[in-house]
Design a protein around this ligand. Structure first.
Ligand code: HEC
Ligand code: HEC
Length: 299
């Protein structure tokens, strides 16, 4: 027997000691683990930065998201009146009769449309027809059928009609309808929102007009043709701040920047003016010809 063996034997000499050693072998790590867990847990509640996990702090951090959802779900729907929607959107075309729109105030324009009835007018306004974009170019999430109906009644009654206000729909059932409640008043108020909607509406109406213009070819009349089918939608009445056709005062400062500048602006777009006036199919030459036509009419 070596000395090392003797020494080893001297540590655990009896079965009792063996059991004690085994139990200690299990207990010590467990106690350490328990103490560690306790230490870490305690630290999170009392140490620096511990507020990060409190209920209040968590609520504050998720508040922006939670707030929006809660607000949308409970927001009472505020509908635009017919007059508000008309002024914000429909007037862009219906005030002056752009692109053949029945002019508000003209009994002659409206009588034949009022005659078939409100339901027919609503159907056309919702689906669109000719130069009239569906819903006047608005999004159903922003403007409800009810509000379109109110605008129609406002317009028709300002033009010799005697229509009843449509009935207000029941409280919105879906989340989407509730969410639109928050968006609609914002869209309705402010000249910027109005003119943006008008420009969008005018562009929507171009989708039907553009192909006709594109096939016009590069002849001398191409400029006038493109103007009549596309550019006129905004430039005839000055929608969304477009310089009005033939308006020397509006065009003079623009003409002064040079024809190259104007050609480029028409091709690439400028603020509310979409590239090529929205007629993506039109050739560059035709667009330039339309600019030349508009410029020559304003000299
Ligand atoms: C981009 C121009 C434009 C905008 C914006 C516009 N309209 Fe029109 N609207 C037209 C044109 C053009 C017509 C004539 C369509 C036709 O008969 O070919 C028309 C026709 C109508 C008619 C008559 C339908 C019928 O019975 O013949 C109603 C109603 C109408 N629009 C409602 C509206 C309402 C409501 C809005 C606003 C939410 C609006 N429009 C916005 C261009 C526009
Ligand atoms: C959707 C409405 C809209 C249509 C359609 C439209 N325009 Fe414009 N246009 C505008 C607006 C708005 C401006 C003024 C932009 C500005 O100065 O902020 C403008 C400005 C212009 C200018 C002056 C650019 C400058 O540098 O001052 C030219 C030229 C022009 N348009 C040509 C055209 C031609 C050509 C077409 C048809 C192919 C057309 N526009 C169709 C809205 C339109």
């Amino acid at each position: 027997m070596s000395e090392a063996h003797n020494e080893h034997e001297s540590l655990i000499k009896t079965p009792k000691q063996l059991i004690a050693a085994v139990i200690a072998g299990f207990l010590v790590p467990i106690v350490i683990i328990v103490l560690l867990v306790n230490y870490v847990g305690n630290n999170a509640l009392t140490g620096a930065g511990s507020s990060a996990m409190t209920e209040k702090a968590i609520a504050e951090r998720i508040a922006p998201v939670a707030h929006v959802e809660v607000k949308d779900a409970n927001a009472p729907r505020v509908y635009q009146t017919g007059e508000q929607l008309y002024k914000a959107v429909c007037a862009a075309c219906h005030a002056s009769g752009v692109a053949g729109a029945p002019k508000v105030g003209s009994t002659e324009d409206w009588a034949p449309r009022i005659k078939p009835g409100y339901d027919d007018m609503l159907k056309i306004a919702l689906a669109g027809k000719g130069g009239m974009p569906a819903r006047g170019g608005t999004n159903p999430d922003d403007v409800t059928d009810y509000e379109i109906g109110r605008a129609i009644v406002y317009m028709a009654n300002a033009s010799g009609g005697k229509l009843q206000e449509p009935a207000e729909p029941a409280a919105p059932a879906s989340g989407a309808a509730a969410a639109s409640g928050a968006a609609a008043p914002a869209a309705a108020s402010g000249a910027d929102a109005g003119s943006a909607a008008a420009a969008a509406a005018a562009m929507a109406s171009l989708k039907t007009a553009a192909p006709a213009a594109a096939s016009a070819g590069g002849n001398v009349d191409a400029g006038k043709k493109l103007y009549d089918t596309v550019c006129m939608a905004c430039h005839a009445a000055g929608v969304a701040g477009a310089p009005k056709f033939g308006d020397k005062a509006a065009w003079a400062p623009r003409i002064a920047t040079g024809i190259e500048t104007l050609h480029n602006a028409a091709l690439k777009g400028l603020n509310a003016m979409p590239p090529k006036g929205g007629a993506a199919n039109a050739s560059d030459d035709d667009v330039k010809a339309a600019v030349d036509y508009m410029v020559s009419a304003a000299k």
